[in-house]
Design a protein around this ligand. Structure first.
Ligand code: GDP
Length: 585
């Protein structure tokens, strides 16, 4: 309260109010003011401000102390953590199984293999940790949550099929994370296998095999027949060795939750990958917003362990609730403080202060454009290969501007959740040309505050990027989606043309309003709603949850499964910091 603050600072109320006005804050004598404002004013008046420490700050301080106490000299080599990626059906799951089966000795313990999200295998006395959820989607989703655990990516490419869209995506996702790639040329047992062709395709993408003078390790394997697995493991270790992966097993543990669920008998169960230190039974811990005390630790064969060191995946029992994958788990000094930190985080989450901080937006980049070493990271999605190439070459010509342009991923197709996760993990902006985000991508972008900009004219996209790079991004017309509808059936109406029988899933459709026809994320037509009917009646609008018949002006090619996206355009003032403009979806 202003009065209270004035008396504590020993200044007259009008003096304080004047100071507040200088800060642009209009306050009355009985008004509550935020801590930040109060402290700035107090500082202006010559005071030294000390903020009461929160539980979190005290906890983080302690974590830093623990980290500082870990001497780098005591760090020892740790097993690499590996994620398997690749196109669907190229054999990721089969390969994970084949690798797991190399653990013959382990069977002697009589343990029954359980899926816990990760497992370890041994080769010549060294261990490798495999994450058991294959695919770059899971990899990047974890990264978007701030947890990068993978050290080496194994890219599975079926030798009979070659490079496919998700192969390219996986490469881009691994590269954006700076994770080295080992290629497994799979299915070499198949008569149609053509490893040389695959190598050629990969070389074109910058993954040049060693035997051709490049530095990408490629290992022919047959996951199905379990051939070449040993070689693959050896190569993974070799590539990992170049990274000199080390961790210090001393001291309290830090780890990352990679999987978690509620087990009927055992309560909350989380698989944690230990990063540093050693996790022990009895340790009080905090994982994200969840506190607990480690009641038991188990490996992926159900054997109980007294402790787990770096790169070891373990099942942790004893948490009070189910944490989120990607949460960090940290050992706390005692159960009480673990609980207090978890409670404070939960409260902050409720007031939404834990939302991710403002991500990269084009405006933010434009404003920061003056500074050196600025980089505009982008993900580019387009309707067809031709426009993608045109965009790429036009953007390539902008290279000498003060801001560096880095295209993390460029592909044909609609904007997906994987794109949003990649943008979120890498601080990138997504540009779509004649494509739209699907429902999952929209939700994820909303949640992670990732900017999606969509365009229908190539030079507008180029102009915006150019302007952003030069720090001159102008506000412009914003598009707002007012409704979405699914096309469930189509009818030919004599004299009228094709009418789409739709179900409005969101917002509303307006007769005469602008509408886009979106097919698999690609905009196939952009025009107006010519006719709108409920049963036999012409209507002006149809709201969410209702069915209707839609005729689109000058467009007869509407198909079942298409999405109609109704939108309007509004003039917008210069965008506020951190808020995307132009076609923000
Ligand atoms: P994922 O979608 O990448 O996980 O692929 P899967 O592991 O499910 O494999 C897809 C299909 O390819 C399955 O029918 C496998 O049996 C088959 N497959 C996987 N690896 C091999 C292999 O090395 N040789 C042959 N012939 N088939 C394989």
């Amino acid at each position: 309260m202003v009065r209270e603050l004035a008396s504590r600072l020993g200044v007259a109320v009008p003096v304080l109010i004047k100071q507040l006005m200088k800060q642009g804050v209009m306050a009355t004598i009985t008004q509550e003011i935020p801590f930040e404002v109060a402290s700035r004013v107090a500082q202006d008046l010559g005071f030294v401000v000390e903020r009461p420490k929160s539980e979190e700050e005290r906890f983080q301080e302690r974590v830093r102390q623990v980290q500082a106490a870990r001497s780098p000299q005591a760090a020892r080599p740790r097993p690499p953590v590996v994620t398997i990626m690749g196109h669907v059906d190229h054999g990721k799951t089969t390969l994970l199984d084949a690798i797991r089966k190399t653990r013959v000795a382990a069977q002697e313990y009589g343990g029954i293999t359980q899926h816990i999200g990760a497992y370890q295998v041994e080769l010549n006395g060294r261990r490798i940790t495999f994450l058991d959820t294959p695919g770059h989607e899971a990899f990047t989703a974890m990264r978007a949550r701030g947890a990068q655990v993978t050290d080496v990516a194994v890219l599975v490419v079926a030798a009979d099929d070659g490079v496919m869209p998700q192969t390219v995506e996986a490469i881009d996702h691994a590269r954006a994370a700076n994770v080295p790639i080992v290629v497994a040329l799979n299915k070499i047992d198949k008569p149609a296998a053509n490893p040389d062709r695959v190598k050629q395709q990969l070389a074109e993408l910058g993954l040049v095999p060693e035997e051709w003078g490049g530095d990408t390790v490629m290992v022919p394997v047959s996951a199905l027949r379990q051939e070449g697995i040993q070689d693959l493991l050896e190569m993974i270790l070799l590539v990992a060795d170049l990274r000199e992966l080390k961790a210090n097993p001393d001291g309290p543990a830090e780890g990352v939750v990679i999987e978690a669920q509620l087990d009927r008998g055992r309560g909350p169960v989380a698989t944690v990958l230990v990063r540093e230190g050693t996790l022990r039974v009895g340790d009080p811990v905090v994982a994200g917003t969840v506190a607990g005390r480690v009641r038991a630790l188990m490996d992926d064969q159900g054997r109980s362990l007294p402790s787990a060191g770096p790169s070891t995946p373990v099942v942790v029992l004893g948490l009070e609730d189910v944490p989120q994958p990607g949460d960090t788990l940290v050992v706390a000094p005692d159960e009480e403080s673990a609980r207090r930190v978890a409670q404070e985080r939960l409260e902050r989450l409720r007031t939404e202060q834990l939302r991710p901080t403002a991500r990269a937006t084009l405006e933010a980049l434009a404003r920061a454009g003056e500074q050196e070493a600025q980089e505009l990271r982008m993900i580019l999605k387009a309707d067809v290969q031709g426009s993608l190439e045109a965009l790429r070459s036009a953007l390539g010509k902008l290279a000498q501007e003060p801001v560096k342009l880095h295209i993390l991923h460029a592909a044909v197709g609609g904007i997906t959740e994987a794109d949003v996760n990649l943008a979120s993990a890498s601080g990138a902006v997504i540009f779509g040309f004649n494509v739209r985000p699907d429902a999952n991508a929209r939700r994820a972008a909303e949640r992670d505050r990732v900017e999606i900009r969509t365009y229908r004219v190539i030079y507008e996209l180029i102009d915006d990027v150019k302007a952003a790079m030069a720090g001159l991004l102008k506000p412009r017309v914003e598009e707002r989606v007012v409704g979405r509808a699914e096309v469930r059936r189509t009818f030919k109406v004599p004299g009228v043309g094709v009418v789409a029988g739709c179900y409005v899933t969101e917002g509303k459709l307006l007769r005469g309003g602008a509408v886009r026809v979106v097919r698999d994320g690609v905009v196939v037509f952009d025009g107006r709603i010519g006719s709108l009917k409920r049963f036999k009646d012409d209507v002006r609008e149809v709201a969410q949850g209702f069915e209707c018949g839609v005729g689109i002006e000058r467009f007869q090619d509407v198909k079942e499964g298409d999405v109609l996206e109704a939108y309007e355009t509004v003039e917008v003032a210069p965008a506020a910091p951190g808020v995307g403009a132009a076609g923000r979806a």
